[in-house]
Design a protein around this ligand. Structure first.
Ligand code: ATP
Ligand code: MG
Length: 553
């Protein structure tokens, strides 16, 4: 029993204790509460896996609640993308679990009126800078606002008139009346409502006052009777306020728990910063395959299972840390190794003429689709007298242990014959333009009786049958490992080589039928998938990840 306890993360332990003590009537209801002000990123994936996973493990439910209380930054496009991303990750919710904080505006307003009537909230006429100046600092008590002791009836009246639109933006705010000397700054009469004559993506112009995060979030949790409200560590200092509102309103006692957010090396994660990259055209969009967004990872060729496995692997804790992005690469490699079809594509082509192979002859050679998956079968790949190989599979002066082609050297062509390099052709600049090889006729893979053994196997495509395609190779978005130290300066650290476009790639004919959402292993080159920019005339492939960790620090 002790053993079992140890393997639980701290949230699972809390839930098990709550279930054992019968708290919340043995119910577990979590929520994932994105603000629809951008696309979800891999950090959100951690929160999604945690909230949905925890509830599922203990027979509970999870609400998808849009925290849409900030009209100027929120858009329906973001709501739709968030729903698509959560579904893609493999999590589901019912219609009545899709909720919007904006649906609670009337309820929240009534909660605020209740606090005013209890003498626990007041309307402050001072401008924001004045209110901030009176807040004091952690070592010094703040000062009371001159409006702090306004009569209740006057507060009720003013708050109603704020709602009715009588005042311009910034003219008044509603504040909780707590303690201007509280050691926790969030408890020094925090703002509850501000005036914003702004159009909301769902409520339109019905409201011109909007609740602040601290007032909306906990009350929404409570209204939905969320049992375990899980958020990231920086909200730790907000918890006393979360509890204060719930206690004073005497509503359902939801409880907040904090865990360490995911930070990844060589990237930025906050939506605000990702939005800057999009708006300034530094990436092609939210789903640019270099972005740490879920849509970017999807487009890059990551699978839902690989993202979920990553979230599982990094675990849940209470200490801030920085996860190396190579862990994410490892997870996708591990998944794709099991599932991706092996195909041949030559990224940097060098033409080879097999001089003793009959002109005009084509053989269809059978090549296994995936040696890791016996069910996956095989396909036919055409072979002929002229093929492309990778330029770096030939060395004019081969170094020791170079088991590929060089003058007089032999290599096996994958699924085909052993060839020997007899000669090479150079252009006027000294670049190798063509190899002349001969093949060993009885060395065909699977029926090799030649008795010749070679160490190297290289991939190839038949010149006459190959299709030309574009390939996009990606590297880290930032050259800086830990972007948390540089704030908005992160743009100075963008990796100038984060995207390499290869436009003269030759792919085997089967890839002409490639579909978006299918993953391939280009033998010896990594995992690839068709990009959404692809057209039938111009196929574009993204490299999801190389076969080995090749990132140089
Ligand atoms: P960002 O700063 O990227 O906009 P956010 O926290 O403001 O993030 P929300 O839409 O408010 O974004 O977040 C929805 C949920 O996702 C919250 O519960 C939040 O704690 C969680 N979350 C956001 N970023 C991370 C992260 N890096 N790691 C884990 N959870 C995260
Ligand atoms: Mg937020």
């Amino acid at each position: 029993m002790e053993e079992e306890k140890k393997s639980l993360n701290f949230l699972e332990q809390i839930v098990e204790e709550d279930l054992a003590s019968g708290k919340h009537g043995g119910r577990v209801l979590t929520r994932f509460p994105p603000e629809p002000n951008g696309y979800l990123h891999i950090g959100h994936a951690k929160s999604i896996c945690l909230n949905f996973g925890l509830a599922a493990k203990y027979g509970g439910q999870t609400n998808l609640r849009f925290d849409d209380t900030n009209p100027e930054k929120e858009e329906t496009e973001y709501v739709e993308s968030i729903k698509a991303d959560v579904k893609w990750l493999g999590f589901n919710w019912t219609n009545d679990q899709e909720l919007y904080a904006s649906d609670y505006f009337e309820t929240l307003y009534q909660f605020a009126v209740e606090l005013i009537k209890k003498g626990l909230a007041y309307v402050d006429d001072q401008p924001a800078d004045m209110i901030a100046a009176q807040k004091g600092n952690p070592n010094f008590a703040g000062e009371d606002s001159p409006y702090r002791y306004r009569p209740i009836a006057e507060n009720v009246d003013l708050f109603a008139r704020m709602r009715a639109g009588e005042f311009p933006d910034g003219a008044k705010v509603l504040r909780a009346k707590i303690d201007m000397a509280h050691p926790n700054m969030h408890m020094r009469d925090p703002l509850m409502y501000r005036i914003k004559h702004a159009h909301h993506h769902r409520t339109g112009d019905a409201w011109c006052i909007y609740p602040m995060y601290d007032f909306a979030h906990g009350q929404s949790d409570s209204y939905e009777e969320i049992t375990h409200s899980i958020c990231t560590l920086e909200f730790d200092v907000h918890r006393p306020l979360y509890d204060w509102f719930i206690e004073k309103l005497n509503i359902f006692p939801s409880q907040q728990y904090e865990f360490a957010r995911l930070n990844l090396t060589n990237t930025v994660m906050s939506k605000r910063r990702l939005l800057q990259l999009v708006q300034e055209g530094l990436v092609s969009g939210w789903d640019d395959p270099r972005m740490p967004t879920i849509s970017g990872l999807r487009r890059r060729g990551f699978t839902p299972a690989s993202v979920r496995n990553f979230c599982e692997k990094i675990g849940i804790g209470k200490r801030e840390n920085l996860i190396d992005v190579s862990v994410l690469d490892f997870c996708v490699r591990e998944d794709l190794n099991k599932t991706a079809t092996r195909v041949m594509a030559v990224l940097d082509p060098l033409k080879v003429v097999i001089t003793n192979y009959p002109e005009g002859k084509t053989e269809e050679l059978s090549i296994e689709n995936n040696p890791e998956d016996t069910e996956s079968g095989s396909r036919l790949v055409p072979f002929s007298r002229e093929i492309y190989i990778e330029r770096d599979d030939f060395m004019e002066e081969p170094m020791k242990k170079f088991f590929r082609l060089g003058p007089g050297l032999m290599v096996r062509l994958k699924g085909a014959y052993i060839i020997k390099c007899d000669d090479f052709v150079k252009d006027e600049f000294g670049n190798i333009t063509e190899l002349h090889c001969s093949y060993i006729e009885n060395s065909r893979s699977g029926e090799d009786t030649s008795g010749v053994s070679v160490k190297g196997v290289i991939h190839w495509v038949s010149v006459a049958h190959a299709h030309k395609a574009e390939v996009r190779l990606y590297d880290r978005l930032l050259i800086l490992e830990d972007a948390s130290q540089v704030g908005d300066d992160f743009k100075k650290f963008l990796n100038p080589d984060s995207l390499t476009v290869l436009s003269e790639v030759f792919i085997e004919p089967s890839l002409k039928e490639a579909k978006i959402g299918t993953n391939y292993q280009f033998m010896r080159k990594g995992y690839f998938c068709l990009d959404t920019d692809s057209t039938p005339e111009n196929l574009v492939f993204n490299r999801t990840v190389g076969l080995k960790d090749s990132f140089k620090k």
